[in-house]
Design a protein around this ligand. Sequence first.
Ligand SMILES: [Zn+2]
Length: 223
Amino acid sequence: MENLLLILLNSVITSSIICLADRVNNHIPIFINRSFCFNCDHTLSWYDLLPVISAIITNFKCRYCHYHYGFRYPLLEFFGTLIGLLLFSDSSLWITFFLMLFLALEDCHDQSIHANILIPWILYLSITPWQRDIHASFIIVILTTVLFLVYVRHSLGAGDIPPIICLTLVSSSMSFAFTLICATVTAGIYIFVKHQRHIPFIPFLLIGWLLSIVIEKAITYLL
Ligand SMILES: [Zn+2]
């Protein structure tokens, strides 16, 4: 029963984050209107909104206009729920994941994010007792490098600063170093393959960070 409630909680939060990002990206007011189809504007019933399940039942189409919305939403809902479940035991990681998911979805849309939403969370993380193997000197080095990349090299956007600080505060030194290397390498491959000059960096940062957590947990489990 407890597991079922946890699945439900994480799937509802994931679904709400996706909905919130969609509304912000499409300049739709957040607090008015029930969920509706972006193609035909039909208001969706509760049974159209069951994470993953509704998409499978309706064959990934809108029940009213039959618009095929693809696999993006159910895949995001599935992996968001799964990762939420895996991180639930550590509230710092759990909350950081959902905040980063929202920013990654925003970044994918038009490469601009509301990074300031992280500031209260960064302040909270800064004043809570340090539980991870990270040193102030490491944070200073990271901050200096990031500021150099943003304001001198212009290879990162200013919006990338809060997410990077946030991940620094919830990771160990090794884990964060891996996150940055992984994000930079995968982003570089993406630029090379897609021939794009500007790409959203937050999704790569999020993937690198999640991989670092998986590897860290695997190492802890094996040792
Ligand atoms: Zn529709």
